[in-house]
Design a protein around this ligand. Structure first.
Ligand SMILES: NC(=O)C1=CN([C@@H]2O[C@H](COP(=O)(O)OP(=O)(O)OC[C@H]3O[C@@H](n4cnc5c(N)ncnc54)[C@H](OP(=O)(O)O)[C@@H]3O)[C@@H](O)[C@H]2O)C=CC1
Ligand SMILES: CC(=O)C(=O)O
Ligand SMILES: [Mg+2]
Length: 583
């Protein structure tokens, strides 16, 4: 059964006013089509339809009109009271995974109530549906699995991916978030169980960026896993084989990318690539960025959010971006992605060639500082960062040698910013800027408490997963959360509302500036370099407006004419979870 509302995609209308929504008319007699039927839900079916269910909030009139009498207890609750009741219930759970499961159950039961909770209680619930709890949920996905969410495309579907896409009940998809599960947060290869990440990210596209839930499609591509524990786990939900690589992998991914374009068209559909291992992630982005509307959240989204934090932090640190020296622990997707965007912004600001700016940025990988003598054996994305220097193997020695003003952790390995490292940063800088970006919390390079204590309260600190405020020497420090969740929802909305056909680096830079502009004096006083998530819908509308404006300026926007007030337009496009009345 199809849900009502939002079924009509005007672009697919055929002559004569008949809409060929399901491709039945254009299909030849030899091509299989899906026999969709559309019906109006009522009674028990209506209550079991998460998109339309209101539970006890169905009004007396709706109960009469929709055959619900007797199926519900007599009381009628407001959505606000339902929200209060469920928040109360959630707070009873002491185990984060129980909260996660309760939230997933709610999403499956009553979608609008799920989003109302998430929007109204974003700071409390973000750590539940997103990092860190989503990490644990992925690790245990096989055991906690109830109803499947999203689309699973495995090697078994090779040659049939277009048909699989047609099984998805929504026709007006605007954002696809896809993972192959090989690098889930800093937890490594979780194979098919990585599905929790696209599901979680897309719930943020809706809650934080206002993209309609029906327009969001989470996908996991299952090419096997090299995680022995999962392969030997009887509850594992994915293909029980080692990962396909090389041509077999490339062919499946190519079929997927082509099928998506064929099924949905290239206009106004952003394919967001997340948590792939870096060797595939860079390759996919390079291969498809000129033919598809692709966005790699770990490379591009992370870069944009960190640059925003740096631009804001300059108000506390002083100087321009080019006056600072940057050292990264971790030279993968996140590390090199951020480094490149910083260098690009420096070029925009100073007019210096990007090669010059790169020299202010140093990276350490698992083998030590990236230096010119290692160039021949480096992966291609590390080569631009191989500067002249003698080899240095330990991070603390790299800190002492490079004397960075900013230290950024993107290693996926916890506890790497030791006391020695933080103290070295604090001895070089009055206000050391330390970002421990690795997720989930267990993988953070250091905790907020460690950063503040070891720097004697002088560090400016932000982390990928949230930390509670910490009191040191009578002062309360509020750690910021440097997470791409600040950027991707608003960025996606900006792309969708402008009908941008490609993602351009200038759109990332403008998103950073838009986010940095939302940090106020009041936030700086608390040591924050990001605005609070509680303002995220307003922040996302601003990011969306700036991204859309840039798309129009670059000639990449296809929704014409350009709306006059893009912030207002962004706000008007945003999904609201408030219940609708049923006739
Ligand atoms: N806060 C946020 O918004 C985001 C956070 N992240 C987090 O960043 C982390 C890394 O992600 P990503 O860049 O995609 O991963 P990658 O696998 O692409 O990169 C990891 C890098 O860390 C290096 N590394 C691993 N172990 C060590 C070590 N012990 N010492 C020094 N370097 C080490 C690796 O070295 P080598 O190359 O030699 O193997 C590699 O260069 C993850 O934990 C992820 O959760 C990612 C995206 C967004
Ligand atoms: C936040 C995110 O995208 C990651 O940790 O991979
Ligand atoms: Mg990620």
């Amino acid at each position: 059964m199809m849900n009502g509302g939002n079924l009509v995609d005007n672009d697919s209308a055929v002559a004569g006013g008949v809409e060929d929504m399901y491709g039945e008319d254009i299909a030849t007699t030899g091509q299989p089509v899906t026999p969709w039927t559309v019906s109006v839900a009522s009674g028990y079916t209506l209550m079991r339809d998460p998109r339309h269910n209101k539970g006890l909030a169905f009004t007396e009139r709706e109960r009469d009109a929709h055959y619900l009498r007797g199926l519900l207890p007599p009381i009628v609750l407001s959505q606000e009271l339902q929200e209060k009741r469920i928040m109360h219930m959630l707070r009873q759970y002491k185990v984060p995974l129980q909260r996660y499961m309760a939230m997933m159950d709610l999403q499956e039961r009553n979608e609008r109530l799920f989003y109302k909770l998430l929007i109204d209680n974003v700071e409390e619930l973000l750590p539940v549906v997103y990092t860190p709890t989503v990490g644990e949920a992925c690790q245990k996905y096989g055991s906690i699995f109830r109803r499947p969410q999203g689309l699973y495309i495995s090697l078994k579907e090779k040659g049939k991916i277009l048909e699989v896409l047609k099984n998805w009940p929504e026709r007006s998809v605007q954002v696809i978030v896809v993972t192959d599960g090989e690098r889930i947060l800093g937890l490594g290869d979780l194979g098919c169980q990585g599905m929790g990440i696209p599901v979680g990210k897309l719930s943020l596209y809706t809650a934080l960026g206002g993209v309609r839930p029906s327009a969001c499609l989470p996908i996991t591509i299952d090419v096997g896993t090299n995680n022995e524990k999962l392969l030997n786990n009887e509850f594992y939900i994915g293909l029980r084989q080692r990962r396909a690589t090389g041509q077999e992998y490339a062919e499946l991914l190519h079929e997927f990318m082509s099928a998506v374009k064929q099924n949905y068209g290239e206009k106004v559909l952003i394919q967001v690539i997340i948590d792939f291992a870096n060797h595939n992630a860079f390759e996919l982005l390079a291969r498809y960025r000129s033919s598809h509307l692709v966005f790699n959240d770990d490379i591009q989204g992370t870069a944009s959010v960190v640059l925003a934090g740096l631009l804001a932090a300059l108000k506390l640190l002083g100087g321009t971006l080019a006056d600072h020296r940057f050292l990264f622990l971790g030279a993968g997707e996140a590390g090199t992605g951020i480094a490149e965007l910083i260098a690009l912004e420096m070029s925009k600001q100073t007019g210096n060639p990007i090669e010059e700016n790169r020299k202010k940025i140093w990276l350490v990988d698992s083998k030590g500082l990236i230096v010119d003598s290692r160039k021949h054996s480096l992966q291609h994305f590390k080569k631009p960062w191989a500067h002249e220097h003698e080899p240095v193997s330990k991070l603390v020695d790299a800190v002492k040698a490079i004397k960075p003003t900013v230290l950024i952790g993107t290693s996926g390995v916890g506890k790497q910013f030791t006391r020695e490292v933080v103290e070295a940063m604090a001895s070089i800088n009055e206000k050391p800027l330390i970002m421990a970006l690795s997720n989930p919390t267990s993988q953070a390079e250091c905790t907020a408490e460690e950063a503040y204590t070891w720097s004697e309260g002088r560090a400016i600190f932000a982390s990928g997963s949230p930390f509670d405020p910490f009191e040191y020497d009578g002062k309360v420090f509020v750690p910021g959360q440097a997470n791409n969740a600040y950027i991707f929802p608003g960025f996606g909305l900006g792309v969708i509302m402008s009908g941008a056909i490609r993602v351009h680096d200038d759109m990332l830079l403008t998103a950073s500036e838009a986010l940095a502009a939302q940090v106020t004096e009041e936030h700086f006083k608390k040591g924050l370099i990001y605005p609070p998530f509680s303002d995220i819908r307003k922040i996302s509308a601003n990011i969306a407006a700036k991204v859309a404006a840039k798309a129009y300026e670059l000639g990449l926007a296809s929704h014409l004419p350009q709306p006059e007030d893009l912030v207002k337009y962004a706000e008007s496009c945003m999904y609201s979870p408030v219940y609708r009345s049923y006739r």
